[in-house]
Design a protein around this ligand. Sequence first.
Ligand code: 4NP
Length: 169
Amino acid sequence: MSNADIASFSYTKPIRVLFVCLGNICRSPLAEIIVHGQAEKKGLSSQFTFASAGTGDWHVGGLADVRSAQTAAQHGLDLSQHRAQQITANKVNDWDWFVAMDDDNRMNLLAMGVPENRLLMMRQFETDSSISLDVPDPYYGGAEGFEAAYRMLCDNADHILDYLVKQSR
Ligand code: 4NP
């Protein structure tokens, strides 16, 4: 995105963006904090409201997974304030955009009434069409899966932000 793009970008209400995974303790809290950080770096954070949620309810009210929090901390990001929440059909209209971490999340969001034209995949702007668009769930694996998720999320944060800015003009 050029400086001219940023300067011409005006939107009276913040664009409300919800990052979604299954439990809201591993991937989507990291996605939220990474994209938020990128928006701050670009001077765009006042144009957005970012949050994250899970399609499941098991961890509602709980902290981010300790491995996600550690991965975030290793990269200078603080997940200590995160509390897990669930996205349900009655909250769909609280958000302008949904960004799903994997295809199961996407299917669950569609089933609860999220319109397809407000639903993105976190990796959908990667150019290699032969790869899976999923951010793999690191919950049942080791610390390396969390670092891999972190890298994937960083690689895609700018693409997601650029797309949302363009769509909102
Ligand atoms: P997340 O990972 O969807 O990236 O937060 C998971 C967290 C918890 C569970 C599964 C995935 N769980 O089954 O409790």
